[in-house]
Write a protein that binds this ligand. Structure first.
Ligand code: 8Z2
Ligand code: NDP
Length: 267
């Protein structure tokens, strides 16, 4: 099953955190369907390398940008304006966290995760809407969150941050419908990607347990997340906004998260 090869022809997309993992997969999928792409992340060297690889598929510009810093995001918007003159799609993929029992999360740790995932996602959405979507009276935002439908024990900070993003999505979708902007979320389950490499050994061992606990008996793949993003980013979902699409093998309905917490507790 494939999307039409020219589905995103003449469309410009920004994928934050596009240098690795899920973001890279989304950027790659968009380029293959004719889009022009911009990617950003904090670390310049691996970002440039990723953009070089992606440029083999189509126009891909990059700029180092920490989404927590509004001034850096403004500079990114100016760069996109000078390179492409417009923006049709924003994928707020940049984000992440560290596993921890809630009682062990310091003020700094809490603030770092909330600042990255909630504040950063808002700054990029507001700035790109002001520069592009509202004046163009057209745009599309897809927010990558996590499956926090039943809380996220073991990662309470990211669960709270992404619940905030999910609610922000509902507000922006309503406020910006008048500008023909749709805003949706994709909530991945556990996806085999570079992100999982950031976890220390005890959590990695837990990932095997999580696979057995999953009702489809496996973790998800990057392209399965990218396919969901492509649907929400395309006219195929033209009457859909303010929603969350789970790509998680049913984990939002079924998974024993507390077993993970016990694993973290012992790690
Ligand atoms: C059980 C469930 C399993 C579940 C396992 C399966 C989960 C699947 C679902 C989700 C998967 C993914 O999202 S995969 C995506 C993974 N990718 C990422 O997480 C990349 C982005 N993340 C980050 O950059 C960092 O995690 C983040 C903290 C957000 C931002 O980093 P920064 O450099 O800005 O922050 P730092 O300066 O390093 O740290 C700021 C504070 O954060 C705290 N801190 C930072 N890293 C820490 C760490 N590893 N352990 C403890 N504390 C930490 C400290 O208190 C630091 O302050 P001090 O005390 O002063 O030092
Ligand atoms: N893999 C999984 O199982 C799941 C992942 N997710 C979410 O999907 C998204 C991508 O994760 P994944 O690809 O797996 O992991 P990665 O760690 O590879 O992706 C995170 C990306 O975001 C960038 N990033 C992190 N913080 C910032 C920041 N403050 N400003 C700009 N860029 C930033 C990182 O680049 P740099 O370090 O250079 O800034 C990196 O490219 C994340 O939001 C993650 O939480 C959700 C559920 C499950």
């Amino acid at each position: 099953m494939m999307y039409a090869a020219n589905l995103f022809e003449d469309k410009v997309a920004l994928v934050t955190g596009g240098r690795s993992g899920i973001g890279y997969g989304i950027a790659e999928a968009l380029l293959k369907l004719g889009a022009k792409v911009a990617i950003c992340s904090r670390k310049e060297a691996p970002l440039a390398e990723a953009a070089e690889q992606l440029s083999k598929l189509g126009p891909c510009r990059y700029q180092a940008c920490d989404i927590r810093d509004g001034a850096q995001v403004e500079r990114l918007a100016e760069r996109i304006k000078s390179e492409y003159g417009r923006l049709d799609l924003l994928v707020n993929n940049a984000g992440g966290q560290f596993p921890s029992l809630a009682r062990a999360i310091s003020d700094n740790g809490w603030n770092a995760v909330i600042n990255t995932n909630l504040n950063g996602t808002f700054y990029v959405s507001r700035i790109m809407a002001e520069h592009f979507f509202i004046p163009q009276a057209s745009g599309n935002i897809v927010n990558i969150i996590v499956n926090m439908a039943r809380g996220f024990p073991g990662m309470a900070h990211t669960g709270a941050a992404r619940a905030g993003v999910e609610n922000l999505t509902k507000s922006l979708a309503q406020e910006w419908a008048t500008y023909n902007v749709r805003v949706n979320c994709v909530a991945p389950g556990t996806i085999i990607s570079s992100g999982l490499h950031t976890y220390a050994e005890p959590v990695k061992a837990l990932l095997e347990e999580m696979k057995a606990d999953n009702l489809m008996g496996r973790h998800g793949r990057v392209e399965e997340v990218a396919n969901a993003v492509l649907f929400l980013a395309s006219p195929l979902s033209s009457y859909t906004s303010g929603t969350t699409l789970y790509v998680d093998g049913l984990d939002h309905l079924h998974s024993d998260r507390m077993r993970l917490v016990n694993g973290v507790r012992s790690s």
